[in-house]
Structures are given as structure tokens and as C-alpha cells.
Design a protein around this ligand. Structure first.
Ligand SMILES: Cc1cc2nc3c(=O)[nH]c(=O)nc-3n(C[C@H](O)[C@H](O)[C@H](O)COP(=O)(O)OP(=O)(O)OC[C@H]3O[C@@H](n4cnc5c(N)ncnc54)[C@H](O)[C@@H]3O)c2cc1C
Length: 148
């Protein structure tokens, strides 16, 4: 059996996983291929909605949902500690996960996105607001609405 591991399961990871599951459906059904998706969080976040939430024209509940609901049932998924990749052993083609388990793969898709690091920019945190994260969005919305 060939094993395909997808590290990161927000939009890029989910799209790749679903496309592979559809194209390789017969191989998955015969047990020749396994597609496994790993993510530290079970919830997706639609970033494009964050500016709307910031300015109070949308409720945050519409921006989040369960990743599992978007995945083709042929895909195995691991969320939380069992989905958090803490190391990739390239030489042995193995993912090391936060719950101390391992997953050996034949092919690896890296779709882990990017984290924002405002602290890396000198002075930026002095008077900093962001709508690049849900927490930042809610904080900024409250500030704009005068809520403490
Ligand atoms: C404010 C804002 C507005 C935007 N508006 C638009 C828009 O209108 N249209 C548009 O096309 N794009 C928009 N974007 C960009 C879009 O949101 C991103 O391009 C998209 O989210 C990227 O998806 P991704 O799956 O590649 O990465 P991400 O969404 O960053 O997902 C990465 C995933 O990897 C997981 N992950 C990371 N590290 C690990 C690890 N070690 N182990 C396991 N899992 C891990 C994370 O939990 C996450 O689920 C916007 C972005 C922002 C911030």
C-alpha cells in the first residue's frame, strides 16, 4: 500500500486531499492507497470573512466550522495531538506527532500555511491590532465598538 500524508488541513490541505481521494478512489477502495490528513486543529477558519466580522457586518460563527465535514469519507484524518506534526523525518519518510505516535508515508504534501510573527518587526507591537486571526478580529471589533 502507498501512503499519502497531508500535513496541514485548512483549505489547501483539504482541496488536495479531496482531489486525490476522488482521482484515486479505486486504488483507495482496493486498499492500494491510503490518504491521511493531519492538522493540529479540527476547526477551519475562513480568513476572507475576518474583515466583515471586524466591522460588525457578520457574526464569527459563520467563519468557523468542522474540517471533518469538508473531507471526502475516503480520507483518514487526525486532529489535535495526534494530528500535530512536530517533526518530519525525511530520511525515513515518517511524521512524528505530538502524541508521540508516528506515521510512515510514501508521499508527503506540506500545506501548513504560514504563521504571523508581528514581534519580529521592531516596534510593531507597540500599538498593534490585527484581523489576520479570529482572536485579533474580535479584539479589534470590540475596540471599534468601544467595548472594553
Ligand atoms: C484577513 C484575510 C483575508 C483573506 N481574504 C482572502 C480572500 O478574499 N480570498 C482568498 O483567496 N484568500 C484570502 N486570504 C488568504 C487565505 O485565507 C489563505 O491563502 C488561505 O487560508 C491559505 O490556506 P492554507 O490551507 O494554505 O493555509 P492555512 O489557512 O494557514 O492553514 C494551514 C493549516 O495547517 C495547520 N498546521 C500548521 N502547522 C501544523 C503542524 N505542525 N501540524 C499540523 N497542522 C499544522 C494549521 O492548523 C492550519 O489548519 C485572506 C487571508 C487573510 C488573513
Amino acid at each position: 500500500m502507498k501512503r499519502i500524508a497531508i500535513m496541514g488541513g485548512n483549505f489547501s490541505g483539504i482541496v488536495v486531499a479531496n482531489k486525490l481521494a476522488k482521482r484515486l478512489r479505486w486504488s483507495v477502495a482496493k486498499g492500494d492507497v491510503e490518504i491521511a490528513l493531519f492538522d493540529k486543529s479540527p476547526e477551519y477558519l475562513i480568513h476572507a470573512m475576518l474583515p466583515l466580522i471586524t466591522f460588525g457586518s457578520m457574526n464569527e460563527k459563520y467563519a468557523v466550522g468542522e474540517k471533518a465535514e469538508l473531507l471526502d469519507p475516503r480520507i483518514k484524518y487526525f486532529f489535535g495531538k495526534s494530528g500535530e506534526v512536530i517533526n518530519v523525518d525525511l530520511a525515513n519518510r515518517t511524521l512524528i506527532l505530538a502524541d508521540d505516535s508516528k506515521y510512515s508515508y510514501d508521499y508527503l504534501v506540506i500545506a501548513s500555511g504560514a504563521d504571523y510573527a508581528p514581534e519580529e518587526v521592531p516596534g510593531l507591537l507597540r500599538d498593534y491590532h490585527t484581523y489576520y486571526t479570529l482572536e485579533g478580529t474580535l479584539e479589534l471589533r470590540n475596540a471599534l465598538q468601544g467595548v472594553q
